[in-house]
Design a protein. Structure first.
Length: 123
């Protein structure tokens, strides 16, 4: 584990201040999802509540969008979406993708997972 920490520290030091802040935000987001998953396992309730969609603010960051969408869809188990969402975030950070396009994709992922949960499907 120490080598992973050393590698992360070395990579962190190579980043500019803005990228370091983004990496820290993303790490905090991942840690919060891990804590939430450890506390309770979410199951589909009898009556599925509708998402409370929070409007996208101008200039929103990808990590900010993840936080907003998590609040908009509190009924979703974010660990189920971890693969798709973390891949998008990592790609946007590493390749400097257009945040608006990445956020559009994240919104689709959250919406689709909500519809799957609502319909009772597992995938």
């Amino acid at each position: 584990m120490a080598s992973a920490e050393q590698q992360l520290t070395a990579l962190f030091k190579q980043l500019g201040a803005a990228e370091q802040a983004t990496l820290l935000d993303f790490a905090a987001f991942l840690a919060s999802r891990t804590r939430t998953a450890a506390v309770a396992v979410k199951t589909a309730p009898e009556v599925m509540p509708a998402p409370e969609i929070i409007e996208r603010p101008a200039g929103e960051s990808v990590v900010g969008a993840l936080k907003r969408l998590s609040k908009s869809y509190p009924m979703l188990d974010k660990t189920v979406m971890l693969g798709a969402t973390s891949e998008l975030v990592a790609t946007s950070i590493m390749q400097g993708s257009d945040p608006a396009g990445v956020i559009d994709e994240l919104e689709v992922i959250f919406s689709e997972h909500y519809e799957q949960l609502k319909s009772g499907s597992k995938g």
